[in-house]
Unconditional design. Structure first.
Length: 376
């Protein structure tokens, strides 16, 4: 105990005297990564110590009725975050590799919590946690959790959990929180994203600098007023349904049926949704879509659908080509082999890139002489 206390006090004293301006940019980048690892290790140690203290009832001696309340006060976090930390420390015992990584500061409590919720996929999820962001880990963990649930049971639970709640905050703003099943939620967010993109482009032309969230608020009001345009070229909802299951009316194990970006659905729901005019249904037999190709920049509708689906066997929407990039908005389709270099407009030659990564890649192609003559 004295040794750990002295080390912790020495570290705090050293950090209090840290002045970034004395170091180079590269040194500060290295230090930032080192501090992040140290912070994760310290947060884990704090949660482990708090769990032990709670088991001994020590939190009551400090005037707190619950361990989460006490830890929240000590760590400056919310009670929900403190409870999640304690729950993760308990659950991670079932995932020894993740526990080792957590104690060493290689992963965060939030990452470990996602892995511990799907312990049977620990190795794959731990690899994602080590190499990618929390968002990417959450997406994969959610996909694996949903796949393990019977689609009818999952859909019934989603329907039962739907809600919209609204209230006023201290500034007088009208606030709300909602949860919708994928068959109604995905079309809503797709239309909202498309309308937000229009608001953002208009604001950029007018040189109005506001956050995307502010543009989304304007887009939401526009949609409620009936002035939204919906999506320009693509469908509001894309279903991927196994042909055999669709014909049969129900799915057998291994037959994929889901809303792109929304998770598994029962075949009966897919059939019902197929009556919607703003829908694309892709019937497949587990094979990739690769037969569409032509030269030039125009993408036919069939190719757009194939690109939006992502690759097999998941067919679960676009994944960014740049590792570690989690940008969802403003993605652009880049020709891996540029058109100026003779590259075709085909599914195999496209990759989704965010605007910054697309710009970097274009500049690399230009320097390599792959873009032909530079336009004026």
């Amino acid at each position: 105990m004295p040794g750990i206390r002295q080390l912790a006090e020495s570290l705090c004293a050293a950090l209090a005297g840290f002045e970034p301006g004395r170091y180079s940019g590269g040194d500060c980048a290295n230090l930032a990564e080192l501090f992040a690892t140290t912070a994760k290790a310290c947060q884990t140690a704090s949660a482990r110590a708090a769990l032990r203290a709670a088991e001994c009832g020590a939190h009551r001696e400090r005037g707190s009725a619950s361990a989460a309340e006490w830890l929240a006060r000590a760590s400056g976090s919310s009670a929900g975050e403190a409870k999640a930390a304690l729950d993760t420390v308990r659950a991670v015992d079932a995932c020894p590799e993740t526990k080792d990584a957590l104690v060493a500061g290689a992963v965060s409590l939030a990452q470990a919590g996602e892995i511990a919720a799907v312990p049977e996929h620990e190795a794959a999820l731990l690899q994602i946690a080590r190499t990618s962001s929390l968002g990417a880990l959450k997406n994969e963990a959610r996909r694996l959790r949903l796949e393990a649930v019977d689609p009818d049971e999952l859909y019934a639970g989603q329907r039962a959990a739907r809600e919209v709640v609204h209230w006023r905050d201290r500034l007088g703003l009208v606030c709300f929180r909602g949860a919708l099943p994928p068959d109604s939620g995905i079309p809503f967010v797709n239309r909202l994203d498309a309308e937000t993109d229009r608001e953002w482009r208009a604001a950029k032309r007018e040189q109005r600098l506001e956050t995307r969230a502010a543009h989304a608020a304007d887009a939401f009001v526009r949609m409620l007023a009936g002035r939204g345009k919906g999506k320009a070229r693509s469908a509001d909802l894309v279903l991927v349904v196994d042909l055999r299951a669709y014909q049969r009316g129900h799915a057998h194990p291994g037959e994929l049926n889901h809303i792109v970006g929304g998770g598994p659905i029962p075949v009966r729901v897919a059939r019902e949704l197929a009556k919607d005019a703003f829908l694309k249904v892709v019937l497949h037999e587990g094979v990739n879509i690769h037969t569409v190709a032509h030269f030039g920049r125009y993408r036919p509708a069939e190719l757009d659908t194939a690109l939006e689906l992502g690759g097999p066997p998941g067919f679960d929407a676009v994944n960014r080509a740049e590792s570690g990039c989690d940008r969802r908005f403003g993605l652009q389709w880049d020709h891996k082999d540029p058109v100026g270099n003779g590259g075709p407009t085909s599914a195999e030659n496209f990759q989704p890139l965010c605007l910054p990564h697309h710009g970097d890649k274009t500049e690399r192609d230009r320097k390599a002489g792959r873009l032909g003559k530079r336009p004026p």
